[in-house]
Design a protein around this ligand. Structure first.
Ligand code: ZN
Length: 227
């Protein structure tokens, strides 16, 4: 069976209408962004993906199971990048007065992201510590900030420093420390094929940069997560 332009025209916006709740959640996410992923763009991206798959796999691509694969992949990419036009500092805007000016640590915050080099997912955990200066943020807000930063084509290194910078600057923290451990599918399943290896990155700002004791303290608090 050959690939025809007729086939392309079969992809219509109806594929992105209310077929099931999972698909709807993508559209809901897209709608809530300042620059939404329009259904028309999803349909066009899906058409181009169909062409690419046909070029790569020829007739073996034309199976019943892969009929809707281009549309699924377009939606998957849109879903993995919902944070692209969101401001990651927004969840941190509301702070509370607190006299606690010692290190606050959140550890093992799970996240997943999309590697910008291969468009393959990678996932892991972030450990975050900061020293407030009279005002703290609700504990759920740092994971929300991470979610926005991770939901775009990314590099682990960039997630690490963007998260640290956003927390440090928005909360006017005395010091901020971020460690991220992640496993990359582009390492597991292609290229070097090193399944299960972890990449660890960190970003150190403010007092943690200059005060060896503070840095030692936060490292031991993060390490205690392994107990
Ligand atoms: Zn990659």
């Amino acid at each position: 069976m050959s690939f025809t332009s007729n086939k392309l025209s079969n992809i219509s916006l109806s594929q992105f209408k209310e077929s099931d709740s999972q698909e709807l959640s993508l559209l809901e996410a897209a709608k809530s962004t300042p620059q939404p992923v329009h259904t028309q763009n999803l349909a066009q991206a899906s058409e181009l993906l169909r062409k690419a798959m046909q070029l790569l796999w020829g007739d073996s691509f034309n199976t019943e199971g892969m009929e809707d694969t281009p549309a699924r992949v377009a939606k998957f990419w849109a879903e993995m990048t919902w944070g692209l036009h969101k401001n990651p500092s927004q969840p941190l805007q509301r702070t509370f007065q607190c006299e606690h000016n010692e290190i606050v640590v959140l550890r093992d915050i799970k996240f997943s992201s999309l590697c910008e080099h291969h468009l393959l997912p990678f996932s892991g955990v972030a450990h975050v510590g900061y020293i407030p200066q009279g005002r703290v943020v609700g504990l759920s807000k740092i994971p929300r900030c991470l979610d926005i930063i991770a939901a775009r084509p990314q590099m682990q290194e960039r997630i690490t420093y963007q998260l640290a910078n956003t927390i440090h600057n928005t909360l006017n923290a005395l010091g901020t420390f971020v460690v991220i451990e992640a496993e990359h599918n582009c390492m597991n399943n292609r290229g070097v094929l090193k399944y299960g290896s972890k990449t660890i990155t960190n970003a150190v700002l403010g007092v943690f940069k200059t005060d060896v004791n503070a840095r030692g303290q936060i490292l031991s608090l993060i390490a205690s997560s392994k107990l």
